[in-house]
Design a protein around this ligand. Structure first.
Ligand SMILES: NC(=O)C1=CN([C@@H]2O[C@H](COP(=O)(O)OP(=O)(O)OC[C@H]3O[C@@H](n4cnc5c(N)ncnc54)[C@H](OP(=O)(O)O)[C@@H]3O)[C@@H](O)[C@H]2O)C=CC1
Ligand SMILES: Nc1nc(=O)c2c([nH]1)NC[C@@H]1CN(c3ccc(C(=O)N[C@@H](CCC(=O)O)C(=O)O)cc3)C=[N+]21
Length: 279
């Protein structure tokens, strides 16, 4: 059995700092959670995010739109949230419906309220990241996890599977900034196995259960599973065949209890920080 890289101790640390920061503020920070449609991953994150924000003493404002909403209606709703003095931060939940792709709506958000770094202004900062930037939270969560477990990325052969705007691409930039030797794969990668089998660190951010199987990794590898999927029984599972892969590799993150727990803790911390800067 490999070492379990649990997210909870990392998240607990971040949540404690969040509670201290919230206690120092004169008003309770408010976060709008904007969801379009009924995707289970977006709903799951909305639920987890609302729980953690509440635990940390912040207020959530759920905003749900029908998947048929037009671009102009969505634009006017987001503009209202941008202008609302009560709202400190806006989280736009992915995935969005096909009619409203992220690259078409990302820049509607005020970059100062863009808590998950979906605007091109904040995404751009991942190329030259500085402390306090609004870089995408999941990418930041993976770096927090590796840092907590003292995993030094310098010169490490990393294979990252998934290159989305919300996770893969910003994470690739943050890994490069730490001098990792990086290969990024997506669904057009011809022989995924040939890349993953020789990697020292494999990170999956795809959204497909059992994408990474034990034959695809070497025994010295560290595996970080970002995926959050729901199986037929409604159980939360990652992208990795955890039962088999965890018998083989050196270290692995669980799902649940891995990266996801850190993502939501960082969300709460960042909301408090944005609010503290606005006051
Ligand atoms: N734990 C956490 O905190 C978070 C978890 N997630 C989860 O991470 C997963 C990914 O999210 P997100 O990036 O938004 O998803 P997207 O659907 O936007 O992107 C999926 C990525 O996976 C690639 N891909 C799809 N199929 C394959 C395949 N067979 N082989 C290799 N690559 C493939 C896609 O390639 P292509 O570009 O070619 O289409 C794309 O780059 C989801 O399960 C999501 O719920 C997301 C955010 C936070
Ligand atoms: N703009 C945007 N950014 C995201 O980061 C984003 C998104 N959209 N859409 C959906 C996915 C999914 N995602 C999760 C994050 C944490 C948990 C989480 O906290 N999971 C807990 C368990 C929760 C449970 O048991 O239900 C855990 O892994 O321990 C789950 C899912 C973020 N996503």
């Amino acid at each position: 059995m490999s070492k379990l890289l649990k997210g909870k101790p990392v998240a607990d640390d971040i949540l404690q700092r969040t509670k201290n920061l919230v206690a120092s503020l004169s008003a309770v920070p408010q976060v709008a959670l904007v969801r379009v449609g009924v995707d289970p991953a977006a709903k799951g994150y909305q639920r987890s995010a609302a729980n953690v924000l509440q635990q940390a003493g912040l207020k959530t404002v759920p905003v749900v739109f029908d998947s048929q909403i037009t671009f102009s209606e969505f634009e006017s709703q987001v503009t209202q949230l941008n202008e609302d003095q009560q709202i400190d931060a806006i989280l736009l939940l992915e995935p969005l419906p096909e009619s409203l792709p992220l690259d078409a709506v990302q820049d509607l958000l005020d970059p100062c309220k863009d808590i998950d770094g979906v605007t091109r202004a904040n995404l751009g900062s991942t190329l030259s990241p500085r402390s306090g930037d609004l870089v995408p939270l999941t990418a930041a969560a993976v770096l927090e996890l590796l840092n907590f477990y003292e995993f030094n990325l310098l010169g490490v052969e990393v294979v990252l599977i998934g290159d989305s705007l919300t996770v893969g691409r910003p994470l690739a930039n943050l890994l490069l900034a730490q001098n990792a030797t990086l290969t990024v794969c997506d669904k057009y990668t011809k022989q995924l196995f040939e890349h993953t089998v020789q990697a020292q660190l494999v990170i999956t951010a795809v959204g497909q259960p059992n994408l990474l199987t034990a034959d695809m990794v070497n025994k010295d590898a560290v595996v970080v599973d970002v995926g959050t999927n729901y199986d037929e029984a409604g159980k939360l599972v990652g992208d990795v065949d955890f039962a088999q892969v965890s018998q083989k590799v050196q270290a692995i993150t669980p799902v649940p209890g891995g990266v996801g727990a850190i993502t939501t803790a960082l969300l709460a911390y960042r909301a408090a920080r944005i609010a503290s800067q606005g006051k």
